[in-house]
Design a binder for this molecule. Sequence first.
Ligand SMILES: Cc1cc2nc3c(=O)[nH]c(=O)nc-3n(C[C@H](O)[C@H](O)[C@H](O)COP(=O)(O)OP(=O)(O)OC[C@H]3O[C@@H](n4cnc5c(N)ncnc54)[C@H](O)[C@@H]3O)c2cc1C
Length: 440
Amino acid sequence: MNELANEPLLLNPDVVVVGAGIAGVAAARQLMMQGVSVLVLEARDRIGGRAYTENETFGVPYDHGCAWLHSADVNPLSALIKDSPGFDIFDHGALETQFYCSGRKASPEEYASAEKSEDALYDDLWAYDAEAGGDISIHDLRTPKNEWDLLAHLRKGEFEAGQQTKDLSVIDYQTQHESGTEWLVPQGLAAGIFKALGEVPVKLNTSVNKINWGGKAVIIETDQGNINCKAVVITVPTEIIADETLKFEPRLPAEKVEAFSQLPMGVLDKITLQFKDEFNSLLSDLHTTTAYIRDHCDEGDVGSGTWRDHLIRPFGQALDTMFVGGQFARDLTAEKDADRLAFELALNSLSDVFGADVKKLFVKGHFTKWHADPWARGGYAYSNIGHNHKRETARLPVEGRVFFAGEALHGKWASMAPGAYLTGRQAAEEVQSSLDLPTS
Ligand SMILES: Cc1cc2nc3c(=O)[nH]c(=O)nc-3n(C[C@H](O)[C@H](O)[C@H](O)COP(=O)(O)OP(=O)(O)OC[C@H]3O[C@@H](n4cnc5c(N)ncnc54)[C@H](O)[C@@H]3O)c2cc1C
């Protein structure tokens, strides 16, 4: 990245992009390719936003946010990663999911029950005629009746969308892609995406407070001073606009702010544990496996106990990531001793089925706590029931000079990295045609 650490903010480029996540970098890169002068302003001390690979915590690439190329056979980012030297893809979707309950591996009958519940929910989701019945919640579409139904709901809800299915819209689900092809990137998905996107000029540690867009120039007010430009592309998470942390003068049209507030942030977090090498022999038959573990399974019981979602031994490494989502993740993040509690929770879940020795092999852990991050506010946005169309309302430019991009504003790839990438590129194209900026 062309970081402009010590430069003053007097560059006055044609376009300012707010936020150096995937959407912001994709937009800036596209504009640069067309010969437009552009500057990205980023509040954090790093680029990436919710797409972030680092090697320091565990000594191996660790993605704090996005890690999977979902629906990889049709995902627009797949080609970027495949063409990026030094980055491999790992076909995770082809591997069998494991289920454990009451301290043991699920029986063949229980596996069949898991599959039946998952298929039934999936079939109902696609069969539902929203034009006739209107939008409803995924929960109301098919109320869970046993622990396998509960797992199917958690998979669609907290573990995938970062929000319980009571709050998730069937129409929003029907709008999105899900082909079943799931790839992981051992060297880090975020690292691969930013390498493929290429360099853009970024000013880090610069938070944007206000956009003055009513005058001749658009004036961007930051904690490092003001900057003038012809157009601005805003890529910040939805809640930062909805609660007006980022201010606009004049204020944005009311329907625009309302659209952002109908796209609240769900919460998905990773609790990743590193173990001594002996962990590998303890779990030698489990390699890059998704495992769902429930403390106890009693037929018909949905009220007590819960399922835990683990990615065990990614790429054969002595690591485990347990995912927590929704209100549970918010509450855990708010605890005074959140890290210790999170590690204990994940260790207890693993030791329930793999034995107490797992605890002795624990080296260190990391809990992402995205909800507490003021520049993220959570994992990704879901649409309130009946408001799926607000993704497009939020995306539309205002007066041909204020443009918007980000994962929440795409229909088919909402919440995912490709949604950020595609809306970033779309905003860049719209900026260019709206301002009649030079093309090379
Ligand atoms: C735990 C987790 C797991 C995920 N897993 C996957 C996955 O497997 N596959 C997938 O496709 N997607 C996944 N995602 C979603 C994916 O990471 C996001 O969709 C994507 O990274 C969002 O990119 P963005 O550019 O829209 O937003 P962001 O990455 O949030 O970028 C916005 C940027 O704006 C900056 N900013 C905010 N406010 C200001 C301000 N006032 N001034 C200046 N800068 C500001 C922020 O610091 C940030 O860098 C996951 C996300 C999480 C959290």
